[in-house]
Ligand binder design. Structure first.
Ligand SMILES: [Zn+2]
Length: 261
C-alpha cells in the first residue's frame, strides 16, 4: 500500500486556498482558511464537538478556537467552501452514503480540512471498510465505480458490483523509500484491493493468470477508466509496491501531467 513511485506534484487547489485567516476585530469572526501549515497537532478524533452549521448540508463547522500561535483565535476546518458543498451535493446525487468528519490535523503534512467517511460508492455498492477521504477523491471514486466498474462487471459477468475493498484511504505516511509525503496523507488517494460481485464472486486486483481472460478484461477496463477520473493510476505491473492493489489519487501537477500506468 505504499506508493513508491507515486509521482511528485503540487498540491490540489481546493487545499491551497487562504493560509491565514483574517482576524476580525473583537475576536468573534470565524476563520475560513486552511490550517495545513500551522503545525497544529492532533487527529480528527480529538476534535471538539461541532457547533455551527448555517448551510443546508451536513457540513461540519467549529466555533472559533483559542490558542493558535500568533493569532489568538482560530477554528478547525472553518466555513465550508462552495466547492466543498457542491461536492457533497454531487455525492448525494450519485447515491453515495457518507458522513462529514471533524477536520483532521495529524501534523503539518497530514490532515484533511473537510474529510468525509464514505461507506458506499453507489446505491448498493459497499466500500469496505469505509474510507476517510477528501470529498473530491470520494466523488472521483464514485464516478469511476459508476461509469467504469459497474458497466465492466455487467458486460463481463452479467451482474453488478456489491462491494469494493478499500485497502487504504487517509493515512499519514511518506512514499516508501522517499522523504515525500504520500497523497494518502491528505486523504487524496484510495487503494483498492478487490471487487465482490452481487453473485458473491471476488475479483482480486492482483495480477491474474493469462487464462483468466474475463477477470483480466474486467480489471483492465476498471483501471483504464480510472485514468479519466484520477490524475495518478498505479497497479500490478507498475512496481512491486502495487502488485496487489490499484492506487488512485488526485495529485495535481503544475504541468497538468496525469500518470496513468
Ligand atoms: Zn496508495
Amino acid at each position: 500500500m505504499s506508493d513508491k513511485h507515486e509521482p511528485i506534484g503540487g498540491s490540489a487547489p481546493w487545499r491551497t486556498g487562504v493560509r491565514l485567516a483574517a482576524v476580525v476585530a473583537g475576536g468573534l469572526a470565524l476563520a475560513s482558511c486552511s490550517f495545513l501549515d500551522w503545525g497544529f497537532m492532533g487527529g480528527g478524533s480529538k476534535a471538539p464537538p461541532t457547533a455551527v452549521d448555517p448551510s443546508p448540508t451536513r457540513s461540519v463547522f467549529s466555533l472559533p478556537r483559542m490558542g493558535f500561535p500568533g493569532l489568538g483565535l482560530g477554528g478547525r476546518g472553518g466555513v465550508m467552501s462552495a466547492s466543498e458543498r457542491q461536492c457533497r451535493a454531487a455525492l448525494r446525487r450519485r447515491g453515495v452514503e457518507f458522513t462529514d468528519l471533524a477536520p483532521i490535523r495529524d501534523s503539518a503534512a497530514c490532515g484533511i480540512d473537510h474529510p468525509v467517511r464514505v461507506s458506499t460508492l453507489a446505491r448498493g455498492v459497499t466500500l469496505k471498510p469505509a474510507a476517510t477521504l477528501n470529498c473530491q477523491t470520494a466523488l472521483a471514486a464514485a464516478e469511476w465505480l459508476q461509469k467504469d466498474v459497474g458497466p465492466a462487471a455487467r458486460k463481463r459477468y452479467l451482474t453488478g458490483i456489491a462491494e469494493v475493498n478499500n485497502m487504504s484511504s487517509y493515512s499519514c505516511r511518506r512514499i516508501r523509500g522517499t522523504s515525500r509525503w504520500s497523497e494518502h496523507s491528505r486523504g487524496n488517494a484510495l487503494d483498492i484491493g478487490s471487487f465482490t460481485l452481487k453473485n458473491g464472486h471476488v475479483i482480486d486486483v492482483s495480477r491474474q493468470s493469462l487464462f483468466a481472460m474475463r477477470a483480466r478484461g474486467f480489471l483492465h477496463a476498471a483501471r483504464a477508466g480510472a485514468c479519466d477520473e484520477f490524475s495518478t493510476v498505479l497497479g500490478p505491473g507498475s512496481d512491486a509496491d502495487h502488485a496487489d492493489h490499484f492506487h488512485f489519487d488526485l495529485r495535481q501537477r503544475r504541468t497538468g501531467y496525469r500518470h496513468c500506468d
